[in-house]
Design a protein around this ligand. Sequence first.
Ligand SMILES: Nc1ncnc2c1ncn2[C@@H]1O[C@H](COP(=O)(O)OP(=O)(O)OP(=O)(O)O)[C@@H](O)[C@H]1O
Length: 584
Amino acid sequence: MEHFKTLREFFIEHKKRYILGIIWLIIVDILQLIFPQILRRITDLLESNNLSLNGLLKYSLLIVLTGLGIALGRYFWRIYIQTTARKLEYYLRNRLFSHLQSLSTNYFNTHKTGDLMAHATNDINAVRMALGIGVVMVTDSIFITISALIMMVKTTNLTLSIIALFPLPFLAYGVQKMGKTIHNRFKDVQESFSDLSDRAQENFAGIRVVKSFVQENEEIKKFTEVNDRNFNKNMKLIKISGMLRPLIQFISALSFLIVIWYGGLLVIQNEISLGDFVAFNSYLSLLVWPMMAIGWVINILQRGAASMSRINDILFETPEVTDCKDCIIEKKDINGSIEFKDVSFKYPNSDEYALKNINIQVPKGTTLGIVGRTGSGKTTLVNLLLRLYDIDKGQILIDNLPLKKLPLKTIRENVGYVAQDNFLFSNTVAENIAFSFENKIDESKIYESAKIAEVYDNIIEFPDGFNTSLGERGVTMSGGQRQRTALARAIIKKPNILILDDSLSAVDTQTEEKILKNLKDFIIDRTNIIIAHRISTIKNADHIVVLDKGKIVESGTHNELVKNNGLYNNIYQKQLLEEKIQSI
Ligand SMILES: Nc1ncnc2c1ncn2[C@@H]1O[C@H](COP(=O)(O)OP(=O)(O)OP(=O)(O)O)[C@@H](O)[C@H]1O
């Protein structure tokens, strides 16, 4: 129960509906307890030949009314409790999703998407079951058990009740033991299901790689392995949970056997009437349900608790990067000057420095070019500027203010970032470009940014132009088109700081030239950071830094660096040679 504390707020808000549901449930139970008394009366009257037509009609009407009451009551408790359980599912799903959105990038580096999907589906379902039907079963079982026992003793006698209920403790013990095993096996099933969804998810996301490396059969084999594991875990669960019900039925049948023998004897000896015997049997039948429910309830509550504890693990996870308490909240706009002061940084799960003693100044309205071999720390530099990670040593300043003093929202809203992994959503092209706007924006702005990014002509050739839907990860677009659409998505924000992380790598040099020409006016008043492998992309930058193994090894303008005859010139000469060879 401890695990469900997280939902306190929800319960407080919805307690009225839960209480009303439970009241209706108890009304149904009371009506069910009246039923055997009607049967008892009819049987006794029949036995003594005292049942008149009027009496028969009276009891028939009573039976119909009780039945109707039970039906109505069941409808209402379902409405109150089951709909509240669905509301809980909705509430929990939204809370989980919002919380996941608040977590830092590193959380998603260290947790599998498949696991997160399993929490959002299976675990939330298990919690809904526990707090919906589970609550109903607990209330129902407790109420019916106590009141049916009282009615049994009152209707017949204590000895018969005690003897008939003798097998019950064995049942409770058996169910409790099995419940534990069921719980453990259910956990295994959840885990293997999460591996299964993870495998499928990863395969679909990387389907192009799988196909290009002709790995379909290998992938099917790997999927079958996880599927087998999931199947076997399910089989193990079914074997034990399948035993639960027959066990309950067998033990309850023993109770009936006792009643027939001992109760029958009491009738013959005239200790109890035939009506008492019939009523006692009906109460015993009523007791069978809570006996069975004990098993299910334990099962459902344990599953719910296990799932809630897994969900809590996520909900209690605090973001690694958070807004500081003394943030300058009123600062909504950024002017644009950037400074890295002796910055060093290691990724959370790494011992190596990704960046070491970085000193860079980017005055407002200027462009910084960053080049360097792959893995030299270029993207890391940008990650730190966006505060996707916090730095270990040194300081990063924007507008002469330490990054930590600025609200995260201010930093990210003022930056137009074109990431290397230009992810597009399964929406229309227009929606992808206008992604950062909550409300609908003027179409002309979308067209304008697409024109600057040199993708307008491609988009209007799509079947529905800007309203063309993109498949997952924008598969209908070419790599270059995707890059340019992502560029348009950043341009439309008219950000004070524009960051392009290898954003023109998939376009040819001619298109690149056109884009750079279009960007010339756009970048004038902004602070720009352009990361590139191709020197042609950054050669006009006001200042260029060359990174190698996390350190700045050279810096200056293009001409200065060429003269320097170091790593930059080396890369440049190679690229010039490549261009020459290609043009032959
Ligand atoms: N999330 C991470 N966790 C641990 N190490 C990381 C992580 N991301 C990057 N690294 C490591 O940090 C170093 C710098 O990586 P970074 O992505 O900044 O290089 P890059 O210069 O942008 O490379 P490329 O040109 O290939 O994009 C690399 O050694 C890389 O393996």
